[in-house]
Design a protein around this ligand. Structure first.
Ligand SMILES: Cc1cc2nc3c(=O)[nH]c(=O)nc-3n(C[C@H](O)[C@H](O)[C@H](O)COP(=O)(O)OP(=O)(O)OC[C@H]3O[C@@H](n4cnc5c(N)ncnc54)[C@H](O)[C@@H]3O)c2cc1C
Ligand SMILES: NC(=O)c1ccc[n+]([C@@H]2O[C@H](COP(=O)([O-])OP(=O)(O)OC[C@H]3O[C@@H](n4cnc5c(N)ncnc54)[C@H](OP(=O)(O)O)[C@@H]3O)[C@@H](O)[C@H]2O)c1
Length: 378
């Protein structure tokens, strides 16, 4: 568990105000925008461990809020209550409430006011797929633009909204390597849909609108920790922003002089534009800290090349490391990547360990039970 020297550790409700020291673009000429952030913990006495996450409490973009207000016909000056606080509607929309990403429950509540047959149909259980298609790329403002509700009151609007949820980010630094700092690796969400430019609330807040300080708190993760025995080898699979905790792991292993071998699988779109922290990995490889480094560039050739393809190509060696007691870590996209990496691991057990499918499944289960197969996926 992370230790906090200060017993009043920051929480969601009572966050620490951390000064933003660095906001650096990690891609070069890519159509992706992945940023490195460095936040100060100076004189706070706060600490964390590799594998922990940081919770960030963002604000909504004032322009997005003003566009929503215009679509609802409200001025934003209306006084409303959020919990114990009395605020103007505009202030509450910027600082307290989630007013972009849509949920099914929200559309249901909206339709109690709007009573639109199109929404009524989409909400039927039989129309699940059509509903998911409708939701994709739409935000709250799109409901008000498609089904205008000019008479809606400020309280009715607030009744549709939930409190602003914090966003978690895997910590990308070891405090032993960067005293009184915490680093993050963040993919900035930006896309166009239904004729509007969209942005992720928290990633764009960090990239574009953060003031001097970021409200944040630590979210310890005891299920994603380096092995207690520092001589244990580690295999780390982290494409895209999944690289974040492994930067922390390697920095920690270097700082404590860990003798265990380190093998990293990283992947992203192109070697020229998306080699996140490339200089650092190349230096670690030269220094011998990284025993093995496998890179999968998905868009540098006609056929997709992913981290799991690199794992399969080195299946024999990977299986040997695991037989020798290595811990296997995966971080990043949960929806596709982590599943494909999992199935590559099972394939390797079958091909290199001469196991049946059932035996390979039991072997993977035993790795999990021994806490030697750990995931930080989202
Ligand atoms: C434990 C944990 C660790 C994490 N670590 C990291 C990390 O290290 N780095 C990192 O970058 N993220 C990380 N995340 C994800 C992070 O918490 C946020 O979810 C992410 O930054 C998006 O938040 P946002 O507020 O910018 O976007 P939101 O405002 O929450 O918007 C995201 C939503 O936008 C919609 N959307 C996104 N792209 C498109 C598109 N192309 N078309 C249509 N709709 C789209 C989807 O509905 C999506 O759910 C982590 C999550 C968890 C749970
Ligand atoms: N709005 C945007 O422009 C934008 C762009 C990128 C990511 N994002 C979002 O940001 C979040 C994090 O992005 P990220 O940088 O961590 O990751 P990412 O861009 O989603 O992916 C990183 C790398 O993993 C590859 N990949 C895709 N499917 C895979 C699979 N099944 N198995 C293994 N590798 C796979 C990608 O290849 P390919 O992409 O070539 O298939 C890419 O090379 C994601 O949730 C994504 O939705 C948004």
């Amino acid at each position: 568990m992370s230790e906090h020297l200060d017993s009043s550790a920051p929480t969601k409700a009572n966050p620490y105000q951390s000064k933003l020291l660095v906001n650096r673009l990690l891609n070069q000429g890519s159509d992706k925008e992945t940023r490195h952030f460095e936040l100060s913990l100076q004189q706070s006495g706060l600490s964390y461990e590799p594998g922990d996450s940081l919770g960030v409490i963002p604000q909504n973009n004032p322009q997005v809020v003003d566009d929503l207000l215009a679509a609802t016909g409200l001025s934003g000056e209306e006084q409303i209550q959020v919990g114990e606080e009395n605020l103007t509607l505009r202030d509450a929309l910027i600082n307290r409430l989630a007013c972009t990403v849509l949920s099914k429950i929200q559309i249901k509540k909206f339709n109690e006011i709007a009573k639109e047959s199109k929404l009524e149909d989409l909400l039927q259980p039989a129309n699940r797929d059509a509903f998911a298609d409708y939701l994709w790329g739409r935000e709250l403002i799109d409901l008000f633009l498609e089904f205008p509700q000019q008479g809606i009151s400020a309280d009715e609007l607030v009744g549709l909204l939930r409190p602003m949820p914090p966003r978690l980010y895997s910590i990308a630094s070891s405090i032993k390597a960067h005293a009184e700092e915490v680093h993050l690796t963040v993919a900035i969400v930006r896309y166009d849909s239904y004729g509007r430019k969209r942005e992720g609330v928290c990633s764009s807040y960090l990239a574009d609108r953060v003031g001097e300080c970021i409200p944040c708190y630590f979210h310890p993760n005891k299920n994603f920790k380096l092995p207690e025995d520092s001589t244990t080898p580690v295999i780390m699979v982290g494409p895209g922003t999944g690289i974040a905790p492994f930067r922390a792991f390697i920095e920690e292993r270097r700082a404590i002089g860990a003798g265990g071998k380190n093998w990293l699988f990283f992947g992203d779109r192109s070697s020229k534009t998306d080699y996140l922290y490339g200089d650092e990995w190349e230096q670690y490889r030269k220094d011998g800290l990284l025993t093995d480094l496998d890179l999968a560039w998905s868009r540098d050739q006609a056929e997709k090349e992913y981290v799991q393809h690199k794992m399969l190509a080195k299946g024999k060696e990977l299986f040997t490391w695991l037989q020798e007691g290595a811990t296997f870590y995966v971080c990043g996209d949960a929806s596709r990547m982590a599943k494909d990496v999992d199935s590559a691991l099972r394939q390797i057990a079958q091909s290199e360990g001469a196991m049946s499918e059932d035996d390979a499944n039991a072997w993977v289960k035993s790795l999990q039970k021994e806490k030697r197969y750990l995931k930080d996926v989202y």
